[in-house]
Design a protein around this ligand. Structure first.
Ligand SMILES: [Zn+2]
Length: 435
């Protein structure tokens, strides 16, 4: 029987009401066998298995990144499954959900199955591939939802863009929810964003850059939430970025719509002012918004109106991001900076440690339908749950050095930033995983 004892540190899972200072976690065969208090730990006697001393660390359920781009298949110059999953482990994540805007897009069951099998062989972080809502992400014809679910897809989205046909989205919401899957949308109305590059506001005006208005996001959220309301289904809004969008979510919730949402580290920490300094390196979709938007994102996350933190890790080759802002692709690397960046909000007292943890454990696990199984559940510390742990050093000081990323994407507007708090080790299926 494979055994691991994680001892010392603060064992912390707020959603399950677990907070044991100096306690331990006994792991057997990939599952949590027992949570131990300090006293139980000292009376345990001689332990024959492997011991991991986590003194001074935070020991939490394995963190789940609900929104990453791993560029597989088809774009190995940006990322491979191996480099992306190493980056996940290095960043403190034990599971990731990868978006389907690949080449070809993930609209076939064999592609979903293939990715899951490849990830299992790699033995790094767990992989949950999201599948397309529409064939080829073209927004017109449905992909085979039932067989995609059978193949292991749990989240459905045309991320990269919104689902063009509203009636198709309406049908997808009803049918995928009924089958137990989750529909997620990239909220963007293309006739409002009109090929823009940055947030529409004073910075865009001053620099003469094509802007994307906040309404592009808010209108798309309203559309999806109204369809979810009418079909009695639920919808997840990816990468929320505007205070207007958050107000629309509030309004539709008050009408009874079941809407969840997520926010990225960059929308919590940066504004469009970063575009002045970093230009193409700060080009991301949705764009970095204004100060009031950023404040609303932090507040919404702190209050639980925004359930999830997700990185939207979007790696590109260096030469692609060096292009002028009109031509450079959207997005940057995020897996290896996410925890360190968002932990600064905890340090500043703007986000409780409990919310920070829930937003990356229990909440994403619920959206993936992985929180409730009797055995092998993700996102919680409890007997019979999966032995996936994120062990975090709240005192660890480091500097964002993209050259040292495991990801092939070496671009980030956070380059050179000094941070306190970093991932120390992850445990996946009861094994300490080294990136
Ligand atoms: Zn997106």
């Amino acid at each position: 029987m494979a055994e691991l004892l994680v001892r010392g540190g603060r064992i912390f899972d707020p959603a399950s009401g677990v907070d044991l200072d100096g306690g331990g976690i006994l792991i057997q065969d990939g599952l949590i066998a027992k949570l131990l208090t300090k006293d139980e730990l000292s009376s345990l006697g001689e332990f024959k298995g492997e011991v991991l001393d986590a003194s001074g660390k935070l020991v939490m359920p394995g963190f789940i990144d609900l929104h990453v781009h791993l560029r597989t298949p088809g774009q190995s110059h940006k990322e491979t499954l191996e480099s992306g999953l190493r980056a996940a482990v290095a960043g403190g994540f034990t599971a990731v959900c990868c978006m389907p805007n690949t080449e070809p897009p993930l609209d076939r069951p064999d592609l979903i199955r293939g990715l899951i099998e490849q990830a299992e062989e790699l033995g790094l972080a767990r992989l949950y591939p999201a599948a397309c809502i529409s064939q080829a992400r073209e927004g017109t014809r449905p992909s085979p939802w039932r067989s995609l679910l059978k193949a292991g897809a749990r989240l459905f989205t045309d991320d990269g863009s919104d689902t063009a046909d509203a009636y198709l989205l309406r049908t997808a919401l009803a049918e995928i929810t009924a089958l137990g899957g989750t529909v997620a949308i990239h909220a963007e109305e293309p006739t409002l964003s009109r090929g823009g590059w940055v947030h529409q506001g004073p910075v865009a005006d001053e620099l003469g850059l094509l802007g994307i208005p906040a309404s592009s996001e808010a209108v798309a959220i309203a559309r999806a939430a109204i369809l979810a309301l009418e079909t009695e289904s639920r919808v997840h809004i990816l990468h929320l970025s505007t205070r207007l969008g958050l107000k629309v979510i509030r309004a539709l919730r008050s009408l009874g719509a079941e809407v969840t949402t997520e926010v990225t580290p960059h929308h919590l920490l940066l504004t469009d002012q970063a575009v002045r300094k970093h230009l193409s390196q700060a080009k991301v979709n949705p764009p970095l918004r204004e100060r009031a938007d950023r404040e609303a994102m932090v507040e919404g996350l702190a209050q639980g109106e925004i359930e999830v933190i997700a990185s939207d890790h979007a790696p590109h080759a260096g030469w692609e991001k060096e292009a002028p802002i009109a031509l450079a692709p959207f997005g940057f690397s995020g897996l290896e900076t996410s925890l360190g960046l968002t932990y600064q909000l905890v340090r500043e007292g703007r986000l409780s440690l409990a919310r920070w943890v829930e937003a990356q454990t229990a909440e994403p696990a619920k959206l993936l339908g992985l929180y409730d199984p009797e055995q092998g559940a993700l996102g919680k510390l409890a007997p019979r749950a999966a032995a996936d742990l994120t062990i975090f050093d709240p005192q660890g000081e480091w500097e964002v050095e993209p050259a040292r990323f495991y990801s092939k994407g070496k671009n980030t507007p956070f380059v050179g930033m000094r941070l306190t708090g970093r991932s120390w080790r992850v445990v996946v299926r009861g094994k300490v995983i080294i990136p």
